[in-house]
Design a protein around this ligand. Structure first.
Ligand code: SF4
Length: 396
C-alpha cells in the first residue's frame, strides 16, 4: 500500500488529510484497511462512548408535493395544477405530529416541494402552531433549497427567512437539498435548483445566526470520483468557518419513477468506501450516519464498522425517497437488534445526539409496539403501499 499506508496511519493519529489524499484513499486503499482506519477514527473521537451506536425516532412530514423545481432524480413532486398535487392542512400536520409524539418521536422533519403558493407566513404559522402544541418535539426541518425558495417567493433575504423561521420555532435545518454540491453533476440532475455555492451560502448564513444543520450527499447520479470528494471538501471548508454541521449523511440515488431512470447508481462498496473516507476526511464533523433507508440493513450494520456512529431513524413516515424505490423498512426492535448484532450498544438519541436511553442489555429494550415502525408511502402511480397497523398516513 506504500504511501497510502502513511496517509491511513496519519488519520489514525488524528491528522488532517487533503482532498487529493482523500481521493487516493477512496479509489485505491484496500477496502478493509480503509474500514479499519475509519473505525479507529470513530473510536478516537467517541472514546468513552465508542461502544455505542445511536438511533432516532422521528417522522418526516412532507407537507406538499407541489414543486416548480422538477429535479430529474425526484419521484415525489408534481407540477403546480397537476391533478395529483396536494398540500396538507395545518390540522393534518398537527395530527401527524401528535401521532408521532404518542409513538415516542422526539423529532419532526417537515420537508416539501417548492410550492409557489406557500410564502413565509405559511411556514411561520405552521412552525409556531407545532411548537405551541408539541413543545417537546425538535423541529429539524426544511433545508437550504426551501430557504432559497421562500426567499424568492416572499421577497426576503436568506438571513431574513432563516431568522423568521427560527423565531417561529424551527430548531435546525435538515441537510436536504445538498444532493451533490459540485457544479457540473448538480446542474445535470437539478438544473432549476440553486447552485451548490448558494446552498452552502444558506447553510453558512444559518450557522452564523445560531441555527445548526446537518449535511447530506446523494451518491450515484453520474458524478465522478473526484466530484464526490469535491462535495466533501466544499462542506469541510464551510465547517472550518462555522462548526454548524452536526452530522454528515450520505445516501444513494434511488432509480424508480424519475427522469434519470436508473441510468447511474452507486454500489454498496462504493458507498462504504465513501462513508469511511468521510469519517477520515471530516475531522471537524462529529457524527456520521449510514443510510439503511437506501442501502438496506446489511450495509447499515457494515457501515457501523466503516466509520458511522448512527443508524438513522425508525422513520414513522417517509414519502420522498420511497417514491423513488427505497423499500427497506424496520420496526424499533429490529433497529435495536441490528445495532446490537453489529457489536454495538444501541442508544436512542435526540436531535442534538444526546443519549436518551442506552440499551445496555436486552432487558433495557422498550416493549414491542408494532406501530413504532417505518411507514413509507410512495406517491408514485401504481406504487405498492405497505399494510401497517393503525397509523393513517398520506391521504391520497
Ligand atoms: S427534490 Fe425537492 S426541489 Fe427537487 S423536485 Fe423533488 S420536491 Fe422539488
Amino acid at each position: 500500500m506504500g504511501p497510502l499506508r502513511a496517509v491511513l496511519d496519519r488519520t489514525a493519529d488524528g491528522g488532517r488529510i487533503s482532498a487529493s489524499e482523500a481521493l487516493e484513499l477512496y479509489t485505491d486503499a484496500p477496502l478493509h484497511a480503509l474500514g479499519r482506519a475509519a473505525d479507529a477514527a470513530r473510536r478516537r473521537r467517541f472514546a468513552d462512548t465508542a461502544t455505542i451506536a445511536t438511533y432516532l425516532i422521528d417522522r418526516n412530514i412532507n407537507y406538499t408535493n407541489v414543486c416548480v423545481t422538477a429535479c430529474k432524480f425526484c419521484a415525489f413532486y408534481r407540477a403546480p395544477k397537476h391533478a395529483e398535487g396536494w398540500t396538507h392542512s395545518l390540522d393534518e400536520i398537527l395530527r401527524r405530529c401528535g401521532e408521532a409524539v404518542e409513538l415516542g418521536a422526539t423529532q419532526i422533519m417537515l420537508q416539501g416541494g417548492h410550492n409557489p403558493d406557500l410564502g413565509i407566513e405559511w411556514y411561520e404559522q405552521t412552525f409556531s402552531a407545532v411548537r405551541a402544541a408539541y413543545p417537546s418535539l425538535a423541529l429539524h426541518s426544511l433545508g437550504g433549497s426551501e430557504v432559497v425558495h421562500i426567499a424568492r417567493t416572499s421577497g426576503l433575504t436568506f438571513a431574513e427567512v432563516i431568522a423568521r423561521l427560527h423565531a417561529a420555532g424551527l430548531d435546525s435545518f435538515a441537510g436536504a437539498g445538498a444532493e451533490i454540491l459540485t457544479e457540473r453533476p448538480r446542474h445535470a440532475i437539478a438544473p432549476l435548483k440553486e447552485t451548490g455555492a448558494v446552498w452552502l451560502e444558506v447553510m453558512e448564513t444559518a450557522h452564523g445566526l445560531g441555527v445548526q444543520s446537518t449535511a447530506t450527499f446523494m451518491m450515484g447520479t453520474g458524478e465522478t470520483n473526484a466530484e464526490r470528494i469535491e462535495h466533501l471538501r466544499l462542506i469541510r471548508d464551510v465547517q472550518d468557518r462555522t462548526g454548524g454541521f452536526r452530522s454528515f449523511i450520505p445516501w444513494t440515488y434511488q432509480p424508480e419513477n424519475n427522469h434519470l431512470r436508473g441510468r447511474t447508481l452507486a454500489t454498496p462498496l462504493e458507498y462504504l468506501r465513501l462513508l469511511a473516507v468521510a469519517r477520515l476526511f471530516f475531522d471537524n464533523i462529529a457524527h456520521l450516519q449510514v443510510s439503511q433507508l437506501t442501502l438496506g440493513k446489511e450495509v447499515g450494520q457494515l457501515g457501523l464498522h466503516y466509520g458511522a456512529d448512527d443508524l438513522g431513524s425508525v422513520m414513522l413516515e417517509e414519502n420522498v425517497v420511497s417514491s423513488a424505490g427505497a423499500r427497506h423498512q424496520w420496526n424499533l426492535q429490529e433497529l435495536i437488534h441490528l445495532i446490537r448484532s453489529a457489536d454495538r450498544v444501541p442508544a436512542q438519541r435526540d436531535t442534538l445526539y444526546n443519549h436518551l436511553r442506552v440499551h445496555w442489555t436486552p432487558a433495557d429494550d422498550p416493549k414491542l409496539d408494532p406501530r413504532v415502525a417505518s411507514h413509507f408511502a410512495s406517491t408514485a402511480p401504481g406504487a405498492q403501499r405497505p399494510k401497517l397497523p393503525d397509523l393513517p398516513l398520506v391521504a391520497s
